[in-house]
Structure formats: structure tokens, C-alpha cells
Design a protein around this ligand. Structure first.
Ligand code: CA
Length: 250
């Protein structure tokens, strides 16, 4: 399959990476996959090059000289919805990066296999904002549980009276949880429904998204009462809390 767009233009990838071995392997590997590759070796160069080449996707190393990958991500996100995949050196770094909510679309950990990376890149490109459809477009039903309200048609989430911006996968995950509120959804079901065949990464992707969602939905993300973990099974959007609250209010 070619990496070309519907217009037949090659897809341009901005690779931001300072380690020679990765730069070389990525340049050769991605070109072989049909991508056009532009390389920036530090954060400042990345921002300049971003404006110059208007890439279709940014592959962004976290540890960079001058401007860090995290600041580069924030800066790009402030002016563009271009898909960004962040590359971290250690798995534990992912949690830190995700915790900062810099606005990346996906994360990979070094060392990674090129095949896996390309699969993730294609997945992110496929669900890029211009092409993506809301998950519950077929029903269009507004989901409301307690003080959380999700409108699939308008792609709107209101939590405790405040509108919250959720990236597509988090939005879909929340929609699925609300739709099945009070019932356990297994990890396999969630992964299958939200990512389907696009789920090529390690099993952390789901946990990472749950964590990000909790940071926006929960009063105290460190002890969640809405999106609860059912050990060994999966997750549940808990209704107990709502009952307790509404019976207290009535
Ligand atoms: Ca680096």
C-alpha cells in the first residue's frame, strides 16, 4: 500500500531526532514505505522546519537538545492539529509525558520496530481530524451520567458544567464507557471497539488513555470513583456514585 494521500501527494513526515542511528534507520525505512522524510535534529530546528514543510505527521523524540520534545509538541499543538507521535526512551517516561498532556496523538518507546512504528503512523494518519467520524454518529444520542454529558454529534463533552476538549480516542472511550455505564467492559472489548485492528502497540495504550481520561473526569484522578478498574477484567463507569449523590441531593 502506498503512503500517498487521496490527491496522490506523498505524505510528509517530520522526523525530530538527534541520535544519528535513529535518523539514518528512519530516513531509509520511511522512504522505503513511500513517505517523504524531513529531519530536524533539535527542537528549535523542528519548529522552523514545521512551518517550512507543513508535514502530515510529526515523529517527535522527547529528549532533544535546545528545545525539548515536550515544548515542541506544545508549540506545534498551539498552531496545528497535525498528528504527533512522541518517542520516549523508557516506558516510564510515557507516563510523565502523558501526565503533562502535551497533546500528542500516540506514544512509542525506544527501541521500537519500524513495522510497528509505521503501523501506528498509518493508524494516526487514518484518524486525523479531517477524516475522522464521531463514534456514535449512527445514533447521535446524547449520553448523560451524573454531571458528565457527551454529545456525539457536536463532539462536545461537558463535565461539571465546563466544556472539556478531548482527543478523538479519549472521546470515543468516554462515549463507550458512558453508553455502558454500570457495566464492566473488558479490556479486550474496549481495545477492539476503540482501536480495532489499529491496535498494534503494547497493552499500555489503553491504560494511558484511561489515565488521561481520569485526569479530566475524576475529582481526584489518583483515587477514581467514576472510571473504576475492575481488577483482572477491565473498566466500568460507576453509577453507584451518582445514586449516592442524587439521593443525597433529593
Ligand atoms: Ca534524543
Amino acid at each position: 500500500m502506498s503512503a500517498g494521500t487521496a490527491m496522490g501527494e506523498p505524505v510528509t513526515i517530520l522526523v525530530v531526532e538527534d541520535e544519528d542511528s535513529f535518523v539514518e534507520a528512519l530516513t531509509v525505512g520511511l522512504k522505503r514505505e513511500g513517505f517523504r522524510v524531513q529531519v530536524a535534529r533539535d527542537g528549535a530546528a523542528a519548529l522552523d522546519l514545521f512551518d517550512a514543510v507543513a508535514p502530515d505527521l510529526v515523529l517527535l523524540d522527547v529528549m532533544l537538545p535546545r528545545v525539548s520534545g515536550i515544548d515542541v509538541c506544545r508549540e506545534i499543538r498551539s498552531r496545528s492539529k497535525v498528528p504527533i507521535i512522541m518517542v520516549t526512551a523508557k516506558g516510564s517516561e510515557i507516563d510523565t509525558v502523558v501526565g503533562l498532556e502535551v497533546g500528542a496523538d500516540d506514544y512509542v518507546t525506544k527501541p521500537y520496530r519500524l513495522r510497528e512504528l509505521v503501523a501506528r503512523m498509518r493508524a494516526v494518519l487514518r484518524r486525523a481530524p479531517s477524516e475522522s467520524e464521531p463514534l456514535s454518529a449512527q445514533t447521535g444520542m446524547v449520553l448523560e451520567v451524573g454531571d458528565v454529558r457527551l454529545d456525539p454529534d457536536r463532539h462536545e463533552v461537558v463535565i461539571r458544567g465546563r466544556e472539556v476538549n478531548l482527543p478523538l480516542k479519549e472521546f470515543e472511550l468516554l462515549a463507550l464507557l458512558l453508553e455502558h455505564a454500570g457495566r464492566v467492559l473488558t479490556r479486550d472489548t474496549l481495545i477492539d471497539r476503540i482501536w480495532g485492528l489499529d491496535y498494534v502497540g503494547d497493552t499500555k495504550t489503553l491504560d494511558v488513555h484511561i489515565k488521561r481520561l481520569r485526569s479530566k473526569v475524576e475529582d481526584d484522578p489518583s483515587s477514581p470513583t467514576r472510571i473504576v478498574t475492575i481488577r483482572g477484567l477491565g473498566y466500568k463507569y460507576d453509577l453507584e456514585r451518582r445514586r449516592a449523590m442524587s439521593s443525597g441531593a433529593d
